[in-house]
Design a protein around this ligand. Sequence first.
Ligand SMILES: [Zn+2]
Length: 419
Amino acid sequence: MDRAVYSEPRPCGCCFIIPTHMLERLSTSGNRDMAATAARTLRINNSLQAFRAQLNTGAPPPATPVRPGLRRQAFNCNGTEDMPGDLARSENDPPAADAAVNQAFDNAGTSWNFYKQIFGRESVDDHGRTLVSSVHYSQGYDNAFWNGQQMVYGDGDGQIFQNFTGSLDVIAHELTHGVTQFTAQLPYHDQSGALNESMSDVFGSMVKQWANGQTVDQADWLIGANIFTADFKGHALRDMANPGTAYDDPMLGKDQQPGHMKDYVQTQDDNGGVHINSGIPNKAFVIAAKAIGGRSWEVIGKVWYVTLTERLTSSADFEKCARETISVARDLYPSDPSIAARIAQAWIDVGVLAAGDAMVASLATGAAAAPAVTAAAPALAGTASPAKASGPKTPAPAKAKKRVAHHRVKPQPPNQPPQ
Ligand SMILES: [Zn+2]
C-alpha cells in the first residue's frame, strides 16, 4: 500500500498552545528579558515547524493491529532542545522525583481515560499509540505543543507564563490535536485550522469538566487558566463562553477572539487566525451545551466527537461543521429533535448559519426529522466522572450498550445538507 495515502494531507505543523502573535507581541513589549525569551521561543518554533514537515504523521494503515491499554512515557529534556530527552517515567513506574514529569504523565493518563471511558477510543490514533511527553524543554520556553508524534512542554519564562504541565485542559488540548490528526486531518490554517483549534479547546475543557465532575453550568469554560503567573492581567488564555475577554495585558495585548461571524478576523497572522477565529465555534459549543444542559460529555460531547472522528474531512469549514453537528445529533438522538434544534440555534447565534436556512427551518417544522426508531437515545460508553460525588446530579443517561466508536454513521457527501 502506498504510504502517501496515509500521510497526506498534513493537518498542521506543530500545534502550539501559545500562538505566534502573542509571542511576537511579547518580543516587542519593551521588557528586555521577556523580549529575549519570546524571541528565542519564536525561533525554536520556526525550526520545529520545519522539522515537523518532514514527519510522516498520517493515520495508521487500517490493517495495523489495535493494542488495547494505556501506555505512557515521560521524558526530561533537562533544559535542552534534545528530544525526547531522558526517560523519566514509564507505565507502572512509581512517581518520579520531578513534579513536571508527574504532572505531564498524570494529565496524559486522565485524558486517555476520558477518551477511552466516554468514547471507547484507544489513544490518539485509536490503535493504542503510546502517549509520549517531554518536559523541561529548552530554557524559559513559553509554549507547549503537539509535534505530530508527542507532547512537549516548556517551563515558561516565569514572568508571564509558568509551567504548562499543571494544566489538564492544556494537556487534553494538545492530545486532541493528535486525535484530529488521525481523524478529520483538519488543515492548520484559516477556518479548517480554527476548527482544529476549537476541537482541541472543546475536548480540553470537556476532559477538565469530566475530571472535576462539573455540569455545563459549573464549568469555567477557560483554557489555560493556570499557566500564567500572578502578574498576568487576565483570567486565562481563552474564554470559550466569552471570547475576547480572557486577558488585557500590557505585555500580551488584548484577547482578539471574536464570538460571532460578523467579527471574523481576516489576518495573515496565526496561520489565518486559527487561535483567534476558533472563538466562534467555541462559543457555539458553549451555547449549545448550556441549552442542552447536564454534563458536556453525556450528549453534546458525543455529537462533537462523532462529527470530528467520522464526518469532518480536510475540506471542512465552519458551515460544514455546523451542518454535520446537526446531522449527527439527528442520527444519534432521533427521539429527541430538540438536541439538533438547540445545536442549530447555537450556530445561528454565532452567525455561522442563518435563521432562514433550509436545514434549520426543517428542524422547526420537523419535516426532515428522522422517524424515531428507538425509545431512547444511544447510550454513551461511559457516563461517570472520576469526581462524580461532587456537583449536582444530572438526569441519568440510558445504560451503556455500545461504544460511540462503534456507532458509525454514514458520511454525507460534501456541500450537501444531510437529509
Ligand atoms: Zn492548539
